[in-house]
Design a binder for this molecule. Structure first.
Ligand code: ATP
Ligand code: MG
Length: 578
């Protein structure tokens, strides 16, 4: 999509607008809607929001914020069978967490049920809607194809009086669910399939969470959405591409509703591409299934693509917004690389996450020439990427833990970690040399022995002496146990939605969660960590504190490892194209 540069009122710098923002800016510049800008985000409260919704939210709220407009939050609660207040609350929390607010513009499609019902009655009276007694299968079979016209329902020519009577009795609860529907009488030969007498009302007898048992008929989404936009004075109704063919139908209903007034004001629908991400699914139905069948720990499981899952995983709103900016808004469908999302969270956390030490798979090291009763407090940088982040103290003593993988008795070439006869630096501390190790009957290393060089402390002159490897570590006597949860991708295949012939649950990655119950963390971390706090564990990645933590038992989620394959790939591409 070509991007033009436009100057935005009040913006300090020139920005490159995406095509949606450009359309809105042009409308504002042309003085449409009296210079008013009002968007809306219209979730159905039948699940938790995912990162695809975040793409819509950042557009709907973002463009309003950028150009001095407002954005409504409207719950599209037209299906009482699937909706719940739990979802309503989670949706509000997630939008707020992303940094947006709807102020006093909170709406529910159910508030418009009386007006929509009245409008339906009017259409019936004008001969523009009829009650059809056929089953949904029969109706579908008569739809025709895009190239062949549909077949008229045998009930199409009922009189307005009969239709009115039947529709009112449908609403009074006289008929069973599925036995009758109300259809708009438009054109069974239209080239747009949505115009072939669409169903606009159906019977549902479950109580609605807001309107209770007041209604026995409920409007279809297509009969509620465009009119709701109109009722609220929405100027720009931004949605995803699958609604392109629905747009003429929304315009039709609004025109029927508003008559000539539509020339003064009609919501303008603009469509952009959905977000699809590799190694996950975005379908609310599938996500609900994962939750219901306990294939994940809940909607906020850190492996889920939900906003609450990402939050629990340690994602920041900034990283999500940056990612959405990177992929942009276009007019064609795409599958976006989850590696780019991960790249953005690394960038974000690199700037803000304090550096600490934790040993995930510990093995003990005894520094034999360090006195048993001695301990030192060493000074550690909190974050070299953040000016003024300061330092904290970390204890050092005769016994420490290092990662088991950082020691090899018989190393291959280019192993620059600890090995007999070789030196490494302890991060922020001394250089140590390995003198031997002890093994159990099965040959597992139980202890490593080293000596340290007292003249090599980091931060002193001797600290400049270079050795090939630097290891993270914690003091055995001072460290605290914690639980760490490591995550891998939720699905084992790149595009689970494309594998139509397989049950998507078979495609789950069986190794997406690894729990390490006995991780050794430095005391500073144990003392300062609060739920949702984010840290870089030196050399091991970015971690955040999980709400499952309790006093004395910290639980950490690994947000993401340190290695950024996305950045590397981009660098390579740059080198190739240079
Ligand atoms: P459903 O199948 O239940 O309708 P939905 O994901 O479309 O699922 P809605 O609650 O209707 O859920 O979505 C609210 C808004 O979020 C809509 O405007 C929709 O276009 C947008 N949206 C949903 N999924 C995505 C996605 N993957 N990328 C971008 N926008 C999305
Ligand atoms: Mg939808």
């Amino acid at each position: 999509m070509a991007e033009k540069e436009t100057e935005i009122k009040g913006a300090e710098e020139k920005r490159v607008l995406n095509f949606v923002q450009q359309i809105v800016a042009d409308d504002l510049a042309a003085g449409k809607n009296g210079g008013r800008l009002n968007t809306r985000f219209p979730p159905e409260p039948n699940g938790y929001l995912h990162i695809g919704h975040a793409k819509a939210i950042c557009m709907d709220f973002g463009v309003a914020e950028m150009m001095g407009g407002t954005c409504n939050l409207r719950f599209d609660d037209t299906n009482p069978q699937k909706e719940d207040t739990e979802y309503v609350e989670s949706i509000m929390r997630d939008i707020h967490w992303l940094g947006y607010d709807w102020g006093d513009r909170l709406y529910y499609a159910s508030d418009y049920f009386p007006r929509l019902y009245e409008f339906a009655i009017r259409l019936i009276k004008e001969g523009k809607a009829y009650v059809d007694d056929q089953t949904s299968e029969q109706i579908a079979a008569q739809k025709g194809t895009p190239t062949t016209p549909g077949t008229d329902s045998p009930f199409r020519n009922r009189t307005p009086e009969e239709n009115l009577d039947l529709f009112e009795r449908m609403n009074a609860g006289e008929f069973e669910e599925g036995s009758r529907v109300l259809r708009a009488k438009i054109d069974m030969a239209s080239s747009n399939m949505h115009f072939r007498d669409p169903i606009i009302y159906r019977i549902i007898k479950s109580p609605h969470w807001r309107t209770g048992n007041k209604w026995n008929v409920y409007p279809m989404y297509d009969f509620a959405h465009g009119q709701s936009d109109y009722f609220e004075g929405v100027t720009h109704s931004i949605c995803t591409l699958e609604f392109v063919p629905h747009r003429p139908l929304y315009d039709y209903f609004v025109r029927e509703l508003a008559g000539d007034k539509v020339d003064e004001y009609c919501p303008r629908q603009i469509e952009f591409n959905r977000l699809n991400l590799t190694y996950t699914v975005m379908s609310k139905r599938k996500l609900l299934q994962l939750v219901k069948e306990n294939l994940v720990a809940g909607w906020d499981d850190p492996r889920m693509p939900t906003i609450c899952g990402l939050r629990r995983r340690g994602y920041t709103p900034e990283s999500i917004k940056n990612f959405l900016n990177d992929i942009g808004y276009t007019k064609y469908e795409a599958l976006n690389d989850i590696g780019l999302l991960e790249h953005n969270i690394r960038e974000s956390l690199n700037k803000i996450a304090p550096r600490v030490m934790a040993v995930l798979d510990p093995v003990k090291v005894v520094i034999t020439n360090y006195p048993e009763d001695r301990e030192e407090m060493l000074e550690m940088d909190n974050n070299p990427e953040q000016e003024g982040a300061g330092t904290h103290k970390m204890p050092f003593a005769r016994e420490i833990y290092i990662e088991r993988a950082d020691f090899m008795e018989e190393p291959p070439k280019k192993f620059f970690r600890l090995t007999p006869g070789k030196e490494v630096r302890l991060k922020g501390g001394y250089i140590i040399m390995c003198t031997g190790c002890t093994k159990d009957a099965d040959g597992n290393i139980t202890e490593i022995q080293c000596t340290y060089d007292p003249d090599t402390l980091s931060g002193t002159e001797g600290g400049n002496r270079k050795v090939k490897g630097t290891l993270h570590w914690v003091s055995a006597r001072h460290c605290v146990d914690a639980e760490v949860r490591l995550y891998d991708r939720l699905f084992a295949v790149e595009n689970p939605s494309a594998e139509a012939e397989r049950d998507f649950r078979e495609l789950l990655n069986p190794e997406s969660l690894t729990v390490l119950p006995h991780v050794k963390i430095e005391p500073y971390l144990a003392q300062s960590a609060k739920v949702e706090d984010k840290f870089q564990f030196q050399r091991m990645g970015y971690f955040c504190v999980d709400p499952d933590s309790s006093p004395g038992h910290l639980v950490f989620n690994r947000t993401i490892g340190l290695k950024d394959s996305w950045a590397k790939q981009q660098d390579k591409q740059k080198t190739v194209s240079n």
